[in-house]
Design a protein around this ligand. Structure first.
Ligand code: PML
Ligand code: MG
Length: 259
């Protein structure tokens, strides 16, 4: 199996990234699909596209996705209040939660988005070695069979226009939550037109929140809240251990008063 990865930038700023795990026969169509994707992002035309193809040398971990839990909020204020409540339920200190939200609002790389994620310790301390690059979770995908199941559920929920966003984020969040030491993840999109995000954790699943920022806001990113990690091992596993989501854990909807 091969890991095929794409990232695109302009003026050294991250525009988009995506990746797949494929067999030899899938490499060329995947490379061209990822090139197409790099060239058609709402953030504009890149001046640099990197696509790499690499044989996977370590065994692939097969895992079941986190359950996909849909919530309904009216706006970003409600969305952030919900995210805060979920993160508190997961036992995170308020200080960490508030710091994480502020960082994503203001741009965690000196006012800009990061290419990857923040790792935050329980004192609100940032642990990622490079504050611009962050941690790029990598070498992950979903099997064909599982993506068909997921797509069915997303169609039933009326969210098919957002299928790619949801599927890719669910795979990433499943990998993040599977790594020892992760308590939770907070994410909202850095695409200006896409306001959704989520709080993900082993305990509560992937809780999708449709509004975590205002439409048009280009800021977004990810924070991994961790406790008791060996930083090098943690980063190594996030970036290198290949993982395939081969089973969909299901979808359910919750109302705000009963999270
Ligand atoms: C991104 O790829 O920009 C992050 C999207 C996070 C939310 C995905 C969803 O709609 O559930
Ligand atoms: Mg994006």
């Amino acid at each position: 199996m091969y890991s095929v990865r794409m990232r695109a930038e302009r003026d050294k700023k991250h525009i988009s990234g995506a990746e797949r795990i494929v067999e030899t026969k899938g490499i060329s169509t995947t490379v061209s699909a990822l090139a197409e994707r790099a060239l058609s992002h709402e953030k504009g035309k890149p001046d640099f596209i990197n696509i790499s193809v690499e044989a996977l040398k370590t065994p692939i971990k097969n895992v079941t996705s986190l359950p996909l839990i849909l919530t309904h909020v009216e706006n970003a204020k409600e969305g952030k209040a919900l995210a805060k409540g979920l993160l508190l339920t997961l036992g995170l200190p308020l200080l960490c939660i508030e710091k994480a939200i502020l960082l994503l609002e203001k741009g965690p790389a000196d006012g800009e988005n990061m290419r990857g994620a923040i790792i935050m310790g329980m004192q609100g301390n940032r642990l990622e070695p490079d504050k611009h690059r962050g941690i790029r979770v990598s070498r992950m995908d979903i099997t064909k069979g599982c993506s068909i199941e997921l797509e069915r559920a997303i169609v039933d929920a009326g969210l098919i226009p957002y299928y790619t966003y949801i599927s890719e984020a669910l795979v990433l969040a499943t990998k993040v939550s599977s790594v020892k030491g992760t308590i939770a993840e907070l994410c909202w999109s850095d695409d200006p037109s896409y306001t959704a995000g989520y709080v993900a954790s082993k305990k509560l699943g992937y809780v999708r929140i449709p509004h975590l920022k205002q439409k048009g806001d280009p800021r977004g990113g990810r924070v991994f809240f961790v406790d008791n990690i060996d930083l090098d091992n943690y980063i190594h596993e996030m970036e290198n251990t290949p993982l395939l989501v081969n089973k969909f854990c299901g979808l359910r909807e919750i109302s705000l008063d009963k999270p």
